[in-house]
Write a protein that binds this ligand. Structure first.
Ligand code: BEZ
Length: 211
């Protein structure tokens, strides 16, 4: 069953490189990023895991816990993690779930049989502190993901959770944002004392409110 935006992320318990993990317990009150890899000892996955490990301080800054998954066993994960450290120059500093029986992969619909019958696609789920799924992303095995983009989305999700704004195309932290159309000009005057640029009645840009 596909997981859609707004759904509650299903809880699970599984083995990981850092011991058994229950998703909800691991996340606590944090945001979370659960992401899958097709297979251990594969080149694109090796670069992705190294990149996420290097970006761990950025995820920490955003109160976000990362959790990888690959449908291989724990002993392979441990050997592979040495390769990741050797080739990517960074230790695997977050848990990688071992899911050889594809329990979590099936729960999160990470196997797309028309792409591959056994390996997972590259799925990403961003989960908020209420355990609601706020973003899903699906990449094919042959295309590595851009984890700077995942951080950018987390910035947007955290901002839009607290303020009645949306973020425009190619927005980055610090750029102007859009006042959501449901807010009247009268309300906007209270909520956005810095004012706004009325490009169109439905397109009002304002400085990022939490800077
Ligand atoms: C990779 O991570 O490099 C990869 C994994 C499965 C299929 C193709 C590439």
């Amino acid at each position: 069953m596909a997981i859609r935006l707004g759904d509650v992320a299903p809880d699970f318990t599984a083995e990981s490189t850092q011991g058994p993990i229950s998703l909800y317990e691991y996340l606590g009150d944090s945001w979370g990023v659960l992401f899958s890899h097709p297979k251990d000892f594969t080149p694109v996955c090796t670069t992705e895991l190294g990149r996420v490990a290097a970006l761990k301080p950025e995820f920490d800054k955003r109160n976000t816990k990362v959790l990888g998954l690959s449908v291989d066993g724990l002993s392979d994960h441990h050997v592979w993690s040495l390769d990741i450290e050797e080739t990517q120059g960074v230790e695997l500093n977050f848990p990688l779930l071992a899911d050889p029986n594809r329990v979590v992969a099936d729960l999160y619909d990470m196997i797309h049989p028309n792409a591959d019958n056994t390996l997972t696609v590259r799925s990403v789920f961003i989960i908020d502190p209420d355990k609601k799924v706020k973003l899903t992303l699906t990449y094919p095995a042959s295309t590595g993901r851009n984890f700077d983009e995942i951080l950018r989305v987390i910035d947007s999700l955290q901002l839009t959770a607290d303020y009645k704004v949306a973020t425009p195309v190619d927005w980055n932290h610090g750029d102007d944002v859009i006042i959501v159309p449901a807010i009247s000009d009268e309300e906007a005057r209270i909520l956005f004392p810095a004012g706004w640029k009325p490009v169109k009645p439905y397109l009002r840009t304002t400085p990022q409110p939490n800077l």
